[in-house]
Design a protein around this ligand. Structure first.
Ligand code: MOS
Length: 787
């Protein structure tokens, strides 16, 4: 790596976008409206109230007659769209089933489904007219009860009740760290029966919503057949391709597996004979995402459809209420975990069975059992995964999708096992710390033991007394809890361009995203480091599908994927500059062999002399550019490898429970993670603190409550769906241990975003058990559970 003593890599660095954000100059999707003036039309979605059935008619006469209304679209009058959907199912989308094609069907799958769009001259007029649309539905019984539905027989066992099933998509990788599947190693049942100590718990995680500060929003407009969209998302390339296929802009079959994205782009443009792409998606700022921006949701298609039909730019912003039913959620799941250990606490058997809701139209699966399959050493293990289709929207990835729920269940069970044995819960985890995954593949770089040491010291674990309710402060019960945390380390091919400009600045582009972690600043740091330039001479831009391809801004892999691409593009641009220099008689490097010239601290150094890199560009008089790619064509976890790549950490929580009211409060959290090289400690710590806050919300407050009669979320507002506020957030320490993981990528970084939220909910619930003697097996752990 081109680091030198003054390298910015590894130094806490402020966000380059900070001033724009705090001064309101950062432009989020809906804010591009000022570019359009009065031409802009406003769209508002009408949602179904019924949860299941068929629309018999939609009465739009009154709405269309209302002030300012331009048009009301329903499935009865909307043009049919091609939706070449099956051709392109990127990995974050469900692999089985059919995505919702809004206004293309009369079927109702869940309450809150988009069934009409009102477009008016103003937002207020559109909102009013939306209340005048009458939707008539021939209702059929809806089912939203996971507990009742999961008791039914497996679909393959009893064909006439095809309700509960194993995911149809099998495991994609032999290492079992990828897609969920039923897995058995050894003889877990016999080992469980003969174990000296056992626990058998059923642990439930309720529906949680991705509900970032910025609601999802789209502004779409057409110039002939060219569609441009300002859209809030985490993946402009995906939105671009989804829109292209939905509208049939590109008809030919495209292999849109991630490895073919760049090739597909070229093939499409060749086949259509167009120079420019037909769809451009622009999303420079994303006000939070947590996974809701991975897919392209119905509202984006609807905005584009209305814009095409009306030949006007259309803006569609989801309301906070609509956010609860439009952009996915973390699915309700139930986990039965059985652990068996010998007298020394060594795990003899691990059995984790999970049931998770999905929608009736798609199989959404997540990495619910990943952690159980790699967290601790054991020779006997079984995981099973059952999907239960219910009348809910398709769930989606939400920060550490799967891990946050599955690891919660595992870590509560580990705590219970420690008490069963009478062993310190931290000691139990140390004793089962493994160097290999369950299939014997060694971990690439693991420093979990150090994390345990540092976390224990920072929380004061040594002063903890083992017995529940043994630590008090006046009327308050005090508890200390611990949890391990794990998250797979991934990497995918990404591309970037680097342009060295005669004015001494460098411009780097990649179609990545920054939903908050600080992609802008971390990529600027990588480029500045590689080029030997000060940060302020480097401008990094993202969020434009016309930029070189970047993979999904999710899965904690942006740093590990886009970072190496930025580095590679900068190195390629330097090589181009070297060629210019050695051919330039005015350069001290003139006549040298290009391969004899190297860059050091921003200077090109050759056998005959040296010259600042940017002086070469200045004399050249025009920009020197290069584009480069880096990374594997498939997710790293699916590639054959001698190593299993993960991040590791632990979370310690200290809680205080009022013994009179049962009210739980988190006093302090210490999170220690081994995520390989930390590129920017400041933003990495910020991500960790945010993840901890989210984990506290999961532990104590958050739950989307399904009304059993109307089958819709009864608390679809922030007044009733409680998230952690500043007052609820405790003192949080974020620490990092470990070393660069160069086996994963040339930067050695494994990503921080998702492990940051794994482990907190379980550490808090374990601490609450220590404080109260009550183990909260279903979340959220509200005060009534401790009375
Ligand atoms: Mo994340 S759930 O991969 O945005």
């Amino acid at each position: 790596m081109n680091t030198h003593p003054t390298s910015v890599i590894g130094q806490s660095t402020r966000r380059v976008t900070g001033p724009l954000k705090v001064s309101g100059q950062a432009t989020y999707a809906a804010e591009f409206s000022k570019d359009f003036g009065d031409e802009l039309a406003h769209a508002v979605i009408v949602n179904a109230f019924a949860a299941s059935g068929r629309i018999t008619s939609i009465d739009i006469a009154e709405a269309e007659a209302a002030s300012g209304v331009i048009r009301v679209f329903t499935h009865e009058n909307a043009p049919e769209l091609p939706y070449k959907e099956p051709l392109m199912r990127p990995q974050v989308q469900p692999q089985v089933g059919d995505p919702l094609r809004p206004l293309q069907t009369d079927q109702i799958y869940f309450s809150g489904q988009a069934v009409a769009v009102v477009v008016a001259e103003s937002l207020e007029e559109a909102e009013h007219a939306a209340t005048l649309v009458r939707v008539h539905v021939d209702e059929t019984p809806a089912d939203t009860d996971l507990h009742a539905a999961r008791q039914r027989p497996l679909a393959e066992e009893k064909q006439d009740t095809p309700r509960v099933s194993a995911p149809k998509k099998p495991a994609e990788n032999a290492k079992m760290t990828g897609r969920p599947a039923d897995v058995t190693v050894g003889d877990p049942d016999a080992a469980f029966e003969s174990a000296a100590h056992t626990v058998d718990l059923e642990i439930e995680v309720k529906t949680l919503v991705n509900n970032p500060i910025e609601p999802h929003a789209t502004i779409a407009w057409w110039e002939g057949s060219h569609l441009t969209v300002h859209d809030k998302n985490q993946w402009v390339d995906n939105a671009r391709k989804k829109l292209a296929l939905a509208f049939g802009i590109r008809e030919q079959e495209i292999d849109l597996k991630v490895d073919a994205l760049n090739k597909a782009k070229d093939a499409v443009e060749d086949a259509l004979g167009v120079e420019e792409s037909s769809v451009r998606v622009v999303s420079p700022f994303t006000g939070g995402g947590f996974g809701s921006g991975l897919r392209t949701w119905p509202h984006t298609f609807l905005a584009a459809l209305a814009a095409r039909e009306l030949e006007r730019p259309v803006r569609l912003v989801l309301s906070r209420q609509q956010m609860f039913n439009s952009v996915g959620h973390r699915p309700h799941n139930v986990n039965r975990v059985r652990l068996g250990a010998d007298a020394d606490g060594r795990l003899q058997s691990v059995i984790h069975e999970a049931w998770q809701e999905t929608s009736v139209y798609e199989e959404y699966t997540m990495n619910l059992l990943n952690t159980t399959r790699m967290a601790y050493a054991t020779s006997n293990l079984r995981t099973t995964y059952r999907l239960v289709p219910l009348n809910v929207q398709s769930p989606t990835s939400m920060r550490a999708p799967g891990e946050a729920s599955g690891a919660h269940a595992l870590e509560l069970s580990m705590d219970a096992l420690a008490y069963e044995i009478g062993m310190d819960p931290l000691e139990l985890r140390r004793r089962n710390n493994s160097t290999h995954d369950v299939q014997g593949t060694p971990f690439s770089s693991k420093h979990l033991a150090e994390a345990y040491d540092l976390g224990a010291e920072r929380i004061g674990w040594a002063d903890r007394t083992m017995a529940p309710r043994s630590m008090r402060d006046g009327d308050d019960l005090i508890g200390l809890g611990v949890s391990s945390a794990f998250y797979p380390a991934n990497r995918l091919k990404a591309s970037a361009s680097a342009r060295l400009r005669p004015d001494g600045t460098a411009q780097i582009h990649s179609a990545s995203s920054d939903m908050g972690p600080g992609t802008y600043v971390s990529m600027t740091m990588v480029a500045a480091d590689t080029l030997g330039l000060p940060m302020e001479k480097v401008e990094f831009a993202l969020g434009d599908s016309d930029f070189p391809h970047a993979p999904v801004h999710g899965g904690s892999m942006t740093m590990a994927s886009v970072g190496p691409a930025v580095k590679a593009a900068c190195e390629a641009a330097v090589q181009s500059a070297i060629k210019v220099a050695v051919d330039d008689d005015a350069s001290p490097l003139a006549g040298a062999k290009a391969s004899d010239v190297r860059l050091e601290h921003g200077e090109l150094i050759g056998p005959g002399g040296r010259e600042p890199l940017m002086d070469v560009v200045k004399r050249h008089g025009e920009s020197i550019e290069a584009t480069a790619s880096s990374g594997p064509n498939k997710l790293q976890m699916l590639m054959p490898s001698d190593y299993a790549f993960h991040s590791y950490g632990c979370v310690f929580a200290r809680v205080r429970v009022d013994s009179r009211t049962g009210e739980p409060r988190v006093e302090k959290v210490v999170a220690v993670n081994d995520v390989g090289k930390v590129i920017n400690p400041k933003t990495a710590a910020s991500q960790t603190i945010g993840g901890v806050v989210m984990g506290i919300g999961m532990a104590l407050m958050e739950e989307a409550v399904l009304d059993p009669v109307y089958h819709r979320y009864a608390n679809d507002s922030f007044a009733e769906y409680h998230v952690v506020t500043n007052r609820d957030a405790p003192e949080i320490e974020a620490h990092f241990v470990g070393e660069p993981d160069y086996k994963l990528n040339p930067l050695g970084a494994r990503g921080v975003g998702e492990i940051a939220t794994v482990g907190t909910s379980s550490a808090v619930v374990n601490a609450l058990y220590h404080a109260t003697g009550v183990r909260a097996l279903d979340l959220p752990a509200t005060l009534d559970k401790f009375l």
